[in-house]
Design a protein around this ligand. Structure first.
Ligand code: HEC
Length: 506
């Protein structure tokens, strides 16, 4: 018995070391990516290591660039150079991927990417902010106890919050976060869970209200369901699952499983934590997005859950009109609505048409806003507009023998380059900011920017940065008051802020 315990402790320690090692490797890879190294080698002695400029070259950040700063303009400047004015041409000496990588690198630095050290609080702007059509101020609503993933403002002004390792709680109208709501799915395992690593464990993801919440009280929750010996696994594995329940007297009650997969399809890869967003159409269906970043080899296979947007009836039943009707019982294809997604971090319903829209992070240079269509293939990992993080064109997928043509895939409505790490979004509706009606309010992680996009006839016709340099924006929601609620994450903590019209009484 005691020996069993010792062995168990050793295994856990080994696993913990493995997790530490993995995150160190990831960090090493990010800081040693080829474009950054190439900048240090070929550019820094003239433009400065921080792009701040030097004796031999002008600054590349904090100033307008003479020749423009679109990716194409930067590629032109770097590739062609201005030899007569002291800027060498790199088009002949460096491969084109590296020239593009350098252009993206310069572009990212220009947008204030990579800032990590400043205290995030000093970034919350004071006083009125002037957007093009509305003036607003940013109010802190609540400070949260741990790293959040999602918010759902209730009609009465309270806000449901999901924190990835703690679960669900309610923030009251005074901004106080109450205790955890008891009996929500328990996902965190103190033995293997750690603050920064979600490998082999569960996390709570999206929380969303049923469109008729006021009548039926249903709250939908996605979380990774972690299974261990119960599923016959020596090492715990997990997969996203969607449940619904109600909150009564501080407890989660009436729980029903709405979407889940066979444990045979559970994985060790923490991939699925990068999505799990929920949305409802106008015809009684609920959609859930499942990421497929690391398990990319599953993304194009309909019988595997990852890299998909799944659709079921809001009571969990199977809709008769789903696009794929496989013969086998145990398959996820029955619920697949669209596939070939990477990390669909945002999912929202167009308030007028009821269409489902999604945002996803592609590799560098390829963040996307997509209209999600029935049976659509969004191409990952075969087609994206980006370079992979190592500066190479995305080639994974070719080794899978997939013969996909560009024409077979759905192209994004909006392609963000360089990728600001688009996260979640919502369509604006409400009385507080009437000029924004039906526009997309889009958050981003790395760029710390809040965007407003207007899409008409399948095209971006307007884009505005409402806030820049704020914090990692994990979720965006519109309250019953019409205010825009943002869920910010900083380190292992979180804050809810809201955009309130300047002339509104606070
Ligand atoms: C020998 C010094 C030198 C090196 C090395 C050098 N540059 Fe330059 N660079 C310059 C100078 C000088 C200019 C301004 C040219 C001009 O006046 O039009 C410039 C201009 C630029 C511009 C256009 C700026 C604008 O305002 O439009 C970009 C972009 C740029 N460099 C990027 C790079 C990158 C990336 C590298 C490395 C691959 C690099 N440079 C290497 C000296 C250098």
């Amino acid at each position: 018995m005691r020996r069993g315990l010792t062995v168990g402790v050793c295994v856990v320690l080994l696993i913990a070391c493995g997790i530490g090692c993995l995150s160190w490797l990831r960090e090493y890879r990010e800081t040693h990516e080829p474009s950054k190294l190439a900048f240090a080698e070929y550019c820094a002695h003239c433009h400065g290591h921080a792009l701040q400029g030097g004796k031999l070259g002008p600054p590349l950040i904090g100033v307008e660039l003479q020749n423009g700063d679109s990716t194409a303009a930067l590629i032109r400047a770097i590739g062609g150079g201005y030899p007569e004015r002291g800027m060498p041409s790199f088009g002949k000496t460096l491969p084109p991927e590296l020239v593009k990588g350098l252009a993206l690198y310069v572009s990212e630095q220009r947008q204030g990417f990579g800032l990590t050290s400043e205290s995030w609080k000093s970034r919350i702007p004071h006083g009125p902010q002037q957007a093009r059509d509305h003036a607003f101020r940013v109010e802190v609503v609540a400070e949260l106890t741990s790293r959040p993933y999602s918010i759902a403002p209730l009609p009465d002004g309270r806000i449901l919050v999901s924190e990835i390792v703690r679960g669900l709680s309610l923030v009251d109208t005074q901004g106080n976060q109450g205790p955890l709501i008891a009996d929500t799915p328990r996902v965190w395992d103190p033995l293997v869970s750690s603050k920064n690593s979600y490998l082999m464990m569960g996390v709570v993801l999206d929380v969303a209200l049923h469109p008729n919440y006021e009548e039926n009280g249903w709250i939908y929750l996605s979380h990774t369901h972690r299974c261990h010996f119960d599923c016959g696994f020596m090492i715990p594995k997990s997969m996203v699952q969607v449940v619904r329940g109600r909150i009564r007297e501080g407890r989660w009650v009436d729980q029903e499983i709405i979407w889940s997969v066979d444990p045979g399809l559970y994985t060790l890869v923490p991939d699925n934590v990068s999505a799990g967003r929920l949305a409802f159409d106008h015809d009684g269906h609920v959609y859930v997005s499942i990421g497929g970043k690391a398990t990319y080899d599953w993304v194009q296979w309909l019988d595997k859950p990852t890299g998909k947007i799944h659709r079921v009836r809001e009571d969990g039943g199977l809709p008769a009109d789903n696009p794929f009707q496989p013969e086998e019982e145990i398959s996820t294809a029955h619920t697949v609505w669209s596939y070939g997604h990477r990390t669909p971090q945002g999912l929202a319903t167009h308030p007028v048409t009821g269409e489902i829209w999604g945002t996803e992070m592609g590799p560098r240079g390829g963040d996307e806003v997509n209209l999600i269509v029935r049976g659509g293939n969004y191409g990952w990992p075969m087609f994206t507009h980006g370079l992979d993080y190592d500066g190479e064109p995305v080639t994974i997928g070719q080794d899978l023998g997939l013969k996909l043509q560009l024409e077979d895939t759905i192209q994004p409505v909006v392609d963000f380059t360089p990728a600001p790490a688009i996260s979640s979004f919502e369509f604006y509706r409400g009385a507080a900011f009437p000029a924004w009606e039906n526009d997309l309010i889009v958050g981003s992680l790395r760029a710390r920017t809040l965007y407003r996009l207007r899409i008409q006839d399948g095209e971006r016709v307007d884009e505005e940065k409402l806030l820049t340099g704020l914090a990692r924006i994990r979720d965006v929601e519109i309250g019953a008051d019409g205010f825009v609620y943002l869920l910010l994450e900083h380190g292992e903590l979180g804050t809810i802020v809201r955009l309130v019209p300047s002339d509104a009484r606070g």
